[in-house]
Design a protein around this ligand. Structure first.
Ligand code: ADP
Ligand code: MG
Length: 449
């Protein structure tokens, strides 16, 4: 195995256990520079990454390296210029410490290689609110009667809303119930890689056997199989084999299966045969509860004003909330004092990718352009048909494709009540069943987004 292959295998392992944000912040532009005796020298883009990796991830990296290559005894980190590798840019400028959102990765060490479960994901440390209660209830039912309650269970929702957490919590719960059930968690990307490697190495029988022996099979982020026809075919056969034997299957995705373009119809219809639940963006009260929960579990406290400020600023991702809280904790410990509200505002501004606000704005712009009306028309309190329809469509898209909660949509559309929003979305949902022209329009609008 050469340096690149070795490091790629290490990164694939690491990626399963850390959040995407963490992974791209700390591991993206790293590589093995050389191996010297038993020492692996890891090249990193700057001092900041060097310090972070050596203090927080050293044990995990060493363990992962050793699992793959027995002779490894130690790791050294060296700042190397990446220009020799072409276009790569360092991920983090060393002088800008306020933009990082570290997540304390202590438990990453304990990911079990047999089942890929990380014990930190449990139902007990999950906040339940109206945004995820359906997914939670369905998951609980699955843990009580695996293979019989809802099969498959399909959980969809935007990034950072707890899909991986809840899917792994099901696995951990069944594992801890000591019924001897064999559980396996894998991302769809890793599944596709494993599939291709087995073909190349002529290990297809082994591959098939391995995946068919599980009682509970969890595949995370199925949307990444879009367009990968061969892997989808393999998954289809695996699905049937497991399903026929009453094995529990759990999928997660960032979208409803019907909206995953490039996913085979027969897979979609299999998914539809079980239970499809979504996790939406948490409303204000749930956001407050999540923040308090995260602070509690870090033994840290913040004033009510600050907690509600964070809850107001971050709407769309629990992961971003965690990132901000961890940054606040790190900085206050570093400065050895409480941060002021202004410092926290700055930190949030630097940490948050204004993804969803951009999305909401985009939907409003695209929909009004499509129907040839002014954006402001959408917010008017009017019953004119040429305005009502675009407004309902915009609401429907925000709800279905962007997982924005009903109350938030109501707020954005001029303080409408959430029941009005539900009514609008249901109206569109019902019309598309019979109105092919409307389905067409929706497709065109979605293509513009
Ligand atoms: P997704 O898979 O949907 O992108 P994750 O499951 O990775 O999101 O969740 C992102 C982070 O937020 C994780 O650290 C997870 O533990 C945390 N998290 C998500 N939902 C909750 C919740 N309801 N309560 C507490 N923590 C949560
Ligand atoms: Mg995930």
């Amino acid at each position: 195995m050469d340096n690149k292959q070795l490091w790629d295998s290490v990164l694939v392992e690491i990626e399963t256990g850390v959040s995407k944000a963490n992974f791209s912040t700390w591991f993206k532009n790293t590589r093995i520079v050389k191996q010297d005796g038993g020492t692996v020298v890891v090249g990193v883009p700057n001092e900041f990454v060097k310090e972070w990796l050596s203090s927080k991830y050293d044990r995990l990296l060493l363990k992962t390296l050793r699992d793959i290559s027995e002779g490894v005894r130690g790791i050294e980190y060296a700042v190397v210029s990446l220009s020799s590798k072409g276009t790569e840019k360092p991920v983090l400028p060393t002088n800008n410490q306020s933009t990082y959102a570290p997540e304390l990765p202590l438990n990453d060490l304990y990911i079990n290689r047999e089942d890929n479960l990380n014990p930190r994901y449990t139902f007990e440390n999950m906040v339940i609110g109206s945004f995820n209660e359906l997914a939670h209830a369905a998951s609980q039912a699955v843990t009580k009667h695996p293979g019989h309650a809802y099969n498959p269970l399909f959980i969809h929702g935007g990034t950072g809303l707890g899909k991986t957490h809840i899917a792994q919590a099901i696995g951990n719960h069944i594992k801890n119930s000591k019924t001897g059930k064999k559980i396996y968690y894998i991302t769809s990307e890793k599944f596709a890689i494993d599939y291709i490697n087995s073909i190349n190495d002529r290990r297809m029988n082994e591959f098939k056997e391995k995946y068919r022996k599980y009682d509970v099979f969890i595949m995370d982020d199925i949307q990444f199989l879009a367009g990968k026809d061969k892997s989808q075919e393999e998954l289809f056969h695996l699905f049937n084999a497991l399903y026929e034997n009453n094995k529990q299957i759990i999928f997660t995705s960032d979208k409803h299966p019907n909206y995953i373009h490039g996913l085979e119809e027969r897979l979609k219809s299999r998914f539809g045969a079980g239970m499809i639940v979504d996790i939406i963006t948490p409303e204000y009260e749930s956001r407050m509860a999540i923040i308090r929960h995260k602070l509690n579990s870090s033994n840290f406290s913040l004033g009510n004003e600050i907690v509600s400020f964070i809850a107001e600023s971050i709407e769309c991702s629990v992961r971003e909330m965690e990132g901000v809280i961890n940054s606040i904790i790190c900085q206050s410990r570093f400065k050895n004092r409480e941060l002021s509200l202004n410092e926290i505002k700055l930190l949030i501004k630097n940490n948050i990718i204004p993804k969803k606000t951009a999305s909401i704005k985009d939907v409003i712009r695209v929909v009004s352009e499509f129907y040839n009306i002014e954006e402001s028309n959408l917010f008017e309190k009017t019953r004119k048909k040429e305005i009502v329809k675009p407004r309902q469509i915009a609401m429907y898209i925000l709800r279905e494709d962007f997982n924005v909660s009903y109350p938030t949509i109501g707020e954005k559309f001029g303080g409408r009540d959430h029941t009005t929003v539900i009514h609008s979305c249901d109206k569109v949902k019902n019309s598309i069943k019979t109105n092919a022209a409307l389905t067409d329009e929706l497709e065109q609008i979605r293509a513009l987004l």
